[in-house]
Design a protein around this ligand. Structure first.
Ligand code: FA5
Length: 330
């Protein structure tokens, strides 16, 4: 048995030295270190040895095993054959890192705000949780007006006698701006608004509006229409048009619905985007601006409606589902 051990050691190490490429090394490994290899066969023979000799022979076999394994590793490194166990094909295409991107609504908001900023509007902000003064009273919507109904608003629990609600429109920011800024002023505000509307392809209970307000001496409807037209052409293209249809808002007089003609799936179409009008004298009085001295216009457009038309999105609900397969398209 001892002779067999010596013979295997000499023979195996000689043939290992002769293995000069990965294939030869692998073949050597299978013949000598494999589960049916020469080393294993020798170890099985230990059972047949005399009981007295077993400990010494076992020790010798273990030395042989670790010697052969170490020699194999050294030879493997020397031959540069790491490929045997971990094939690495440098010509394989890699996995491209996935780029992050802005949500299509964020992108629309940034684009719209940039256009209005270029037109001289400063960007202002207001809170989403509002008091009744800013959401209704100062906007000429008195107590008892149907727009204040519980069913049309998200009211919060009353605190210290004040009832608050999630704002239903960004027109609240008109009031906040005029309370702290003296005319002339030209501001815009973008943000979330909330209404208990039933969800469908064009309505959601939380959506975004962009509000514009311009107050100066002798402002007219012509200034309003020109401003909206400039925006439409800058954002939708040189052929865009603006149309106003008579309407009613408590905080503007006269009031109008705004439609813009824009490319929808390659065809120019009229799309209803929001409301506008001349600031009502009662609104000026509520914020301490003299309506005899100053006049102004205001408008409020639905941001989702703009994004949906601009990017060909058929259903508003997709904007809020956070399905990456949808979002990655923009
Ligand atoms: C207003 O909210 C007025 N504050 C607009 C205004 C501002 C008028 C300044 C005059 C002066 P309206 O309720 O029509 O108006 O909403 C404006 C736009 O918001 C709509 O045209 C539509 O584009 C969008 N909108 C309204 N409800 C929803 C909804 N549930 N989901 C998505 N978008 C909506």
């Amino acid at each position: 048995m001892l002779a067999a051990i010596e013979s295997l050691q000499v023979g195996a190490l000689q043939s290992l030295a002769a293995a000069s490429d990965a294939a030869a090394l692998e073949a050597w490994r299978v013949v000598h270190l494999g589960s049916n290899g020469s080393l294993k066969a020798l170890m099985l023979r230990l059972k047949e040895a005399d009981k007295a000799e077993k400990p010494a022979l076992g020790k010798r076999l273990n030395e042989l095993k670790s010697g052969m394994e170490a020699a194999f590793e050294m030879r493997r490194v020397a031959v540069g054959s790491a490929k045997v166990e971990c094939p690495l094909d440098l010509t394989e295409p890699g996995t491209a890192p996935v780029d992050g991107r802005r949500h299509v609504l964020t992108r629309t908001i940034d684009e719209i705000t940039e256009v209005f900023a270029r037109m001289g509007f400063s960007v202002v902000e207001g809170p989403e949780v509002e008091d009744e003064w800013h959401n209704f009273t100062a906007l000429n919507i008195p107590e008892g007006h149907p727009a204040r109904e519980r069913t049309d608003n998200y009211y919060m629990a009353q605190q210290a006698g004040t009832r608050r609600l999630l704002r239903t429109q960004t027109s609240t920011v008109q009031i906040r701006a005029m309370e702290v800024m003296k005319p002339p002023l030209k501001v815009c505000a973008v943000g979330r608004v909330y209404r208990p509307d039933t969800h469908d392809a064009t309505h959601y209970s939380m959506f975004h509006q962009i509000e514009g307000l311009f107050v100066d001496r002798d402002v007219t409807m012509v200034d309003l229409k020109t401003t909206l037209l400039q925006f439409a052409r800058a954002y939708f293209g040189a052929e865009a048009e603006v149309r106003m249809r008579p309407s009613f808002f408590p905080f503007t007089e006269p009031s109008a619905e705004v439609d813009m003609k824009m490319p929808v799936k390659g065809e120019w179409k009229w799309v209803e985007l929001g409301g506008c009008g001349m600031v009502d004298p009662n609104v000026f009085k509520a914020v301490g601006i003299d309506p005899e001295q100053w006049s102004g216009f205001a408008f409020g457009l639905g941001v989702e409606r703009i994004a949906m038309r601009k990017y060909g999105i058929a259903d508003i609900r997709w904007l809020f589902e956070n399905d990456l397969r949808f979002l990655r398209q923009f």
